[in-house]
Design a protein around this ligand. Structure first.
Ligand code: ATP
Ligand code: MG
Length: 315
């Protein structure tokens, strides 16, 4: 089985119990939950039974311990996760507004996440993988861009494949050089997996089909567009297909894109036809929103199959 690797932030998420605007007064919170887009992604890959690992860094504290225990319990190789003795584990406080938008307080760049650096363990993990998944959120410092682009070269040189989810938050795009770094990663990806408008991040195209054609011209084998409650679409040189979202009662949308991406990548690496991979990924996204907490909605392959088979009869 192909070994999947990702590089990036491992952090805890602490959530407001009630919707409202930000954190300007004392409120009730729940957490810590293990989180971080690459961490959620790789945890979902592991749950599907695929061998996988993550390169990251946590602090020498309970938040770090909680994340590592969770990842390890689900089957993620954490041998390339460093421990920073000085900086605390990254964190994100999140509160939903009544309109579904989110307010965040992040401690990522100046946490242990920001002290990620190449090591013997990280080099070994890069040499040992068949597929590397890159999240745009993880390119928040020059050293991370350097480490990630180096890893992409190594994996490609060894015949491995790359997937890329731009997963961009507005404030990150302001970082100097980030847009260029994202584009250079996008141009090397075998699978490009944007959410909605992210498809147009690196393109002058006005229509979706032109933007997709541009990415396929760079050499991507497929483009998979996530559309939240509108479902998802798949494009390659021969075919285009879409699935509507599975109607569910959304409890917490965080992590849907990561679970979707992890499932699509895993199915694709296993050689499944794209319609099956898309349908299982769509199910993983729907199951992810059913649970409160960013990583709590991950599923096994058996659970995804049962969820799809239950059809209209599912709860
Ligand atoms: P995030 O980065 O917040 O994890 P995203 O923007 O990358 O999310 P989405 O498009 O929100 O990704 O979700 C990914 C996929 O999950 C969608 O394409 C869809 O298949 C499924 N999904 C998301 N939200 C819902 C929902 N409310 N109901 C059913 N399926 C959903
Ligand atoms: Mg996303």
């Amino acid at each position: 089985m192909k070994h999947v690797l990702t590089i990036g932030e491992i952090l805890v998420e602490i959530m407001a119990l009630d919707p409202g605007n930000g954190f300007l007064e004392p409120i009730s919170l729940i957490g810590p939950f293990a989180s971080g887009a690459p961490a959620i992604f790789i945890d979902q890959v592991a749950r599907l039974g695929q061998p996988c690992g993550i390169i990251g860094c946590v602090g020498n504290d309970d938040f770090g311990e909680l994340c590592l225990q969770r990842l390890q319990a689900d089957g993620v190789d954490i041998g390339a996760v460093a421990r920073d003795p000085e900086r605390p584990t990254g964190s994100a406080f999140v509160r939903y507004r009544p309109d579904g938008q989110r307010d965040f307080v992040f401690n990522i760049r100046h946490s242990a996440c920001g002290s990620m650096a190449a090591s013997e363990a990280s080099q070994a993990a890069i040499r040992g993988c068949d597929h590397l998944h890159v999240m745009g959120t993880s390119l928040f410092s020059e050293s991370l861009v350097e480490m990630t682009t180096g890893a992409i070269q190594t994996v490609r040189a060894r015949g491995g494949t790359i997937s890329f989810d731009p997963n961009i938050r507005g404030e990150l795009l302001e970082l100097p050089g980030l847009r260029e770094a994202l584009k250079s990663v996008a141009m090397l990806a075998d699978l490009f997996m944007p959410s909605g408008q992210e498809l147009f991040l690196f393109s002058q195209a006005r229509t979706e089909s032109h933007a997709v054609a541009e990415v396929l011209d760079w050499g991507a084998r497929a483009v998979v567009v996530k559309r939240g409650t509108e479902g998802a679409s798949y494009f390659d040189r021969e075919q285009t297909m879409s699935v509507p979202a599975i109607p569910v009662r959304e409890v917490d949308p965080t992590g849907a894109g990561d679970c979707f991406g992890a499932t699509f990548v895993t199915c694709w690496l296993r050689g499944m036809p794209p319609e099956r991979a898309l349908s299982l990924a769509n199910a993983a996204g729907a199951m992810a929103v059913l649970k409160k907490g960013p990583m709590e909605g991950v599923s096994t392959m058996g659970e995804l199959q049962a969820f799809l088979e239950a059809g209209e009869g599912r709860k």
